[in-house]
Design a protein around this ligand. Structure first.
Ligand SMILES: [Zn+2]
Ligand SMILES: [Zn+2]
Length: 328
């Protein structure tokens, strides 16, 4: 792109998409920085953005000195602005400082961003990346957990209907989920929620009507107790497990799905699915097992009659057992 005219915000976006594939990305970065510093931007407010972009391009080419210069200039351009792009620029600067071994300066820069994660999910991605580069991925996981908990507390107990409804929470959950997989951590209830929302988003995008099988695996009492020694991915207690299934089925009904059924699981089959040396309770194996169950014939039709035996096998009437759990 010839940089003869003042750069607009749309130009910057386009450069963001195309710069890394450009013949001379470092030339693009230098032009961006020059445009920002010479006041050749259609919107002077974009100076920080142009310089951040220049820094990211230089960083991607391992030109850390240039990247540092651009990132410093970006933070200066933002001044005391306290919005998402400004926070992202500070995190980017910290990331490049970490790369240059200047951990103390990076730590000082990134720490004040911690309480901002709930407000600026885009900047949160930069903060997470900076901490990971600084060898502080565990801290990033803690910060994201803290942010997720704060947003959940603010929203109240209602489960978001979909990714749109979850808003900021979805972005935070997703980042946390990815990071925790990278760290090899087991799924917790937030990861389960992240996966449910991701599945729903994927289903909505593909227009597929199929119910996500992972949400419908049911562990009968004895199986659940065996599994509970290995993972709490299906809920901390059997009551919690049954409640989340009942709630999921009610949600799927509300979404217009019919012919719903629970897929009863067995720990032996889950273990066999993992193979020798495999981790039966890894998210991948659990998802694979759920898919296998979904193609099989073992299923418990839902819902039962109100006065009929409950689907969970407790021996109680449905209306006295799992039916009310959807309201909890
Ligand atoms: Zn997962
Ligand atoms: Zn029941």
């Amino acid at each position: 792109m010839p940089l003869t005219a003042d750069l607009t915000s749309a130009d910057l976006n386009e450069i963001r998409q195309s710069a890394l594939g450009a013949a001379d990305p470092l030339g693009v970065a230098a032009d961006l920085a020059h445009s920002a510093e010479a006041g050749r931007l259609a919107d002077p407010q974009d100076a920080g953005l142009a310089l951040s972009l220049a820094a990211e391009i230089a960083e991607s080419r391992s030109k850390f000195d240039a990247a540092q210069r651009y990132a410093d200039a970006a933070v200066t351009a933002y001044g005391d602005r306290d919005d998402s792009p400004a926070a992202a620029a500070r995190a980017l600067r910290a990331r490049i400082l970490y790369r240059s071994g200047r951990a103390d300066e990076a730590n000082a820069l990134v720490e004040p961003l911690r309480p901002l994660l709930t407000r600026y999910p885009d900047a949160a991605a930069y903060v997470t990346a900076a901490l990971a580069v600084g060898g502080r991925a565990r801290d990033a996981e803690r910060w994201l957990t803290e942010a997720v908990q704060a947003v959940v507390a603010e929203r109240g107990v209602t489960e978001p209907a979909d990714a749109d409804d979850a808003g900021v929470l979805f972005f935070l959950l997703q980042q946390r989920h990815r990071l925790r997989h990278a760290l090899g951590l087991q799924h917790d209830t937030h990861d389960n929620l992240a996966e449910r929302l991701e599945t729903r988003l994927a289903n909505a995008n593909s227009g597929a009507a199929a119910a996500p099988a992972t949400d419908l695996v049911f562990w009968p009492r004895a199986e659940f107790d065996r599994l509970a020694e290995r993972t709490d991915a299906y809920g901390a207690t059997w009551d919690e497990h049954r409640a989340s299934l009942e709630q999921e089925l009610v949600r799927q009904t509300a979404a217009g799905r019919t012919g719903l059924a629970l897929l009863p699981g067995s720990v032996d089959a889950l273990t066999a699915q993992a193979g020798i040396g495999g981790d039966p309770v890894s998210p991948e194996n659990r998802a694979g097992y759920a898919r296998a169950l979904a193609t099989g014939t073992a299923r418990i039709a839902w819902p039962p009659e109100r006065n009929g035996a409950c689907w969970c096998g407790s021996g109680l009437k449905y209306k006295k057992c799992c039916l009310p759990r959807s309201r909890g």
